[in-house]
Design a protein around this ligand. Structure first.
Ligand code: HEM
Length: 550
């Protein structure tokens, strides 16, 4: 069957097809079909971003350069920037102290809550720690506000029901930004930029644009010339990200030029003669910007002319990729972490078994390679990601007919939604799909409970546009192999790469948590867990737990 007639609706075993206007919208749920489409279609639809915001002016230009949305050669260049700059071992090593510091601050904040014996809303705290880590990895400045009590880290005056920044938080953000070094301003602007991507916080013109996309030029003109409060807030936040990024870039460039003039800017060595991997060099080089950061890495590559003159990144591209790192990494990681904590609090037998594994490997937290090899920890995280995949779907623009099997050909020009959520819940792949059963990912029991098609596990997407963070996770495994060749170097690489990878950030934080506390659901927690779909799937009412010190 070829889908060439506007019949309105067609349902088959691998995909659901809906005709909207002249284009078929195809929802693909079958793992093998997802793989075929994802590997043959690289582009996201040109209009994807118009479903989440209505930016104009410079913020719109910056957004269009993002790896999330851009296409063709521009996408290849930005993807290369992610893969080469973040993974460069010399630049990665200095993330380690930052990540450790953030995790320690997280645990210190929890101690206050544990001592009080009151319920603690974890989604909010997971957001704080993940923004701190991803922000610092991206921009190389400390995202933890100077007074040490961001957004209710000190016992909160009353977090909003959904765990998102509420009025008190917004006041905290404004105060933090006003106090302001670049980091405080960036923190506030990133928080606001992410919040504004939720439909409930978006400009009132966005629903109109979604309902009547053919009138997009009119809605855009109105948003630009008669912006409502939400539009003004979003524009101001994005402009602030661009302005502060420029300020940081100038700082870095001035420091680099100074170092070069002083003659100590040899490759791999930062101003001050410290290697990038030296924790002591952190924030003392590059005008106060960590040499290992994504921002410094992109600027360094540009200074050296990596990729050739033609492909050098413009300022706007550098600004765009820095923000993309936060937009792609923060919400996903913090939501996945908070859901994992919910599942452990709701499944105490799993929590106890996992703690026993961690206790039996006392050095695992200091040795990421060992942490990475703990089978039950790995299985628990994978099962949490299967049951509640925070990245529910991916969009593709099909450039040529794709035969996905079962007699179905998705025609060129279709707008395809790859439903990772459906694939991860498919009863043909996952026996008892609604149950939280980490055993399905253990090598010895996977046969009975695991998928018949191993590629059905797609929490990071599929194909060339799958998550950048996932590729980094693979590098950790390659680094582990390299241990045989060069133990010290490889361990450092494995540790530090692991730290920037969402999966390992989550493993580290959750392991530290379980070794210190028994985590139980608080009566305020709504059961079953209610989810909301925004930019990512996340707990709608937060995650309420009590902590019992062990
Ligand atoms: C638990 C954590 C994470 C999850 C579940 C997740 C999931 C996803 C998913 C499902 C996609 C869409 C893939 C597709 O369309 O097939 C994606 C794309 C992406 N993610 Fe992640 N992600 C996570 C963490 C991160 C982190 C830490 C970063 C920071 C580097 C990141 C950066 C990106 C980028 C840049 C893209 C777009 C890739 C492209 O189009 O080339 N993600 N992610």
């Amino acid at each position: 069957m070829i889908l060439d007639s506007p019949l309105g609706l067609a349902l088959c075993s691998v995909a659901l097809v809906v005709w909207l206007g002249a284009r078929p919208w195809v929802i693909v749920s079958d793992p093998a079909a997802i793989r075929k489409v994802a590997y043959r279609s690289v582009e996201r639809p040109a209009s994807s971003s118009s479903f989440s915001h209505m930016l104009t002016g410079e913020p719109q230009i910056v957004d269009a350069e993002s790896d999330l949305w851009n296409r063709g050669d521009a996408w290849k260049a930005s993807r290369r920037a992610f893969e080469s700059v973040i993974m460069h071992p010399a630049k990665l090593a200095a993330h380690l102290p930052a990540a450790r510091r953030c995790a320690e601050r997280f645990l210190a904040a929890l101690q206050q809550h544990a001592a009080s014996g009151e319920g603690v809303e974890m989604k909010r705290l997971c957001g704080v720690v993940m923004l701190a880590i991803t922000g610092e990895v991206a921009y190389g400045v400390d995202f933890w506000p100077e007074d040490g009590s961001p957004y209710g880290l000190a016992p909160a005056p009353g977090p909003s029901e959904d765990g998102q920044p509420g009025k008190e938080d917004r006041a905290g953000l404004d105060a933090s930004a006003a106090r302001g070094g670049p980091a405080s301003q960036l923190t506030a602007a990133c928080y606001e930029s992410i919040a504004c991507l939720e439909l409930s916080n978006a400009t009132g013109y966005l629903p109109l644009q979604m309902l009547l996309p053919s009138l997009r030029p009119l809605w855009m003109w109105l948003a630009e010339h008669f912006p409502d409060a939400a539009q003004k807030r979003h524009m101001a936040a994005r402009q602030k990200v661009a302005d502060v990024s420029r300020q940081l870039m100038r700082q870095w460039q001035a420091a680099r030029a100074g170092a070069a003039a002083a003659g100590d800017a040899a490759d791999g060595v930062d101003a001050g003669g410290k290697t990038a991997g030296d924790p002591a060099a952190f924030r003392e080089v590059g005008g106060g910007i960590s040499a290992s950061s994504f921002l410094a890495g992109m600027l360094e590559d540009r200074r050296r002319g990596a990729g050739g003159e033609v492909q050098r990144m413009s300022d706007l591209q550098v600004i765009s990729q820095g923000l993309t790192f936060i937009l792609g990494g923060y919400d996903t990681s913090s939501s996945a972490l908070s859901i994992l904590i919910f599942l452990l609090a709701n499944n105490l037998a799993v929590q106890d078994k996992l703690r026993a594994e961690l206790v039996a490997h006392p050095t695992a937290l200091d040795n990421m390679e060992e942490l990475f090899r703990l089978p039950y920890l790995d299985a628990v995280l994978k099962e949490a990601q299967r049951l509640y995949p925070v990245g529910t779907f991916g969009w593709r623009d099909v450039a040529a007919d794709v035969d996905v099997g079962s007699g179905l050909v998705i025609p060129k020009g279709s707008f395809v939604c790859l439903s990772y959520y459906n694939a991860l819940q498919d009863p043909q792949q996952w026996p008892q799909p609604q149950r939280f059963l980490p055993e399905r990912f253990l090598p010895d029991s996977g046969g009975a409970l695991g998928p018949s098609d191993p590629t059905a596990f797609v929490p990071f997407g599929s194909g060339a546009r799958m998550c950048v963070g996932h590729k980094l996770a693979h590098l950790v495994r390659s680094s582990v192999v390299a241990v045989v060749v060069a133990v010290v170097v490889a361990v450092v690489v494995a540790v530090v790469v692991a730290v920037v990878v969402a999966v390992v950030m989550i493993k580290t934080v959750v392991s530290s948590l379980l070794l210190r506390y028994r985590v139980q659901l608080h009566p305020r927690q709504h059961l079953p867990l209610r989810l909301k779909t925004g930019l990512v799937l996340s707990p709608a009412d937060g995650v309420w737990v009590t902590l019992q010190e062990l």
